[in-house]
Design a protein around this ligand. Structure first.
Ligand SMILES: Nc1ncnc2c1ncn2[C@@H]1O[C@H](COP(=O)(O)OP(=O)(O)OP(=O)(O)O)[C@@H](O)[C@H]1O
Ligand SMILES: [Mg+2]
Length: 200
């Protein structure tokens, strides 16, 4: 088993294929001999469960400040209880959403990105952040019936604009998510293996 403490996150709009691709990536990395694990946000913890019920599936959207604070609190628990312990065991951790989701969703809702960064400063930086890019119109089609309060065209368009800014800044690596699941998985694996080969 190859020991590599590496933290990767997979980002993108609702329904772009994050869960599908994060799980496929972990399977494929395991086949290549890496001790990879899947994790996700909102986390499995109490705050994560509360967010799913209160913020995402409550019918109406709560204040974006409340959302940002709850997601930041959940993230810190996720990092402290799941990510860091796994990295300390030499695992390669792949997270289905991370801090860029807060920047994109609450940033799209009008909050200052600097403030969102500030309340997330305790969250460790990912070594590699992948953005699966799919048009907002496509994800809305894929997500019928609707699962959360975020799943409308206006929100998804604004969220994508913030993600694209981070791609332009070089913080997110963009992968075309319009291809078949296998092609998207191949492209993500190529980027990840390229990154792993460059790191110790
Ligand atoms: N490349 C693809 N082409 C077509 N459909 C896809 C592709 N990738 C995923 N899907 C389908 O789109 C839907 C959403 O995929 P998935 O649940 O992986 O997205 P997600 O980004 O995790 O969504 P959410 O943000 O809601 O958790 C699923 O029905 C999945 O099978
Ligand atoms: Mg998902």
């Amino acid at each position: 088993m190859k020991r590599k403490s590496v933290f990767i996150c997979v980002e993108g709009l609702d329904g772009c294929g994050k869960t599908t691709q994060t799980k496929l990536l972990v399977e494929r990395l395991k086949k290549k001999g890496y001790d990879a694990i899947y994790t996700a946000e909102p986390s499995r913890g109490e705050i994560g469960s509360f967010i799913k019920k209160y913020c995402l599936h409550g019918g109406t959207r709560v204040s974006s400040i409340v959302e940002a604070l709850l997601f930041a609190a959940d993230r810190f628990e996720h990092v402290e209880k799941e990510v860091i312990p796994a990295l300390n065991e030499g695992k390669l951790v792949v997270s289905d959403r991370y801090v860029y989701s807060s920047l994109a969703y609450q940033g799209a809702a009008g909050l200052d990105l600097k403030w969102i960064e500030k309340i997330n400063e305790h969250a460790i930086r990912p070594d590699l952040a992948v953005f699966i890019d799919v048009e907002p119109e496509t994800v809305i089609q894929r997500l019928k019936p609707k699962k959360s309060v975020m799943e409308n065209l206006g929100t998804q368009r604004k969220v994508r604009e913030v993600y694209v800014k981070f791609v332009e800044k070089g913080e997110l690596v963009k992968i075309d998510g319009n291809n078949s699941k296998q092609e998207v998985a191949d492209n993500i694996l190529t980027v990840v293996l390229g990154f792993l080969e460059k790191t110790v």
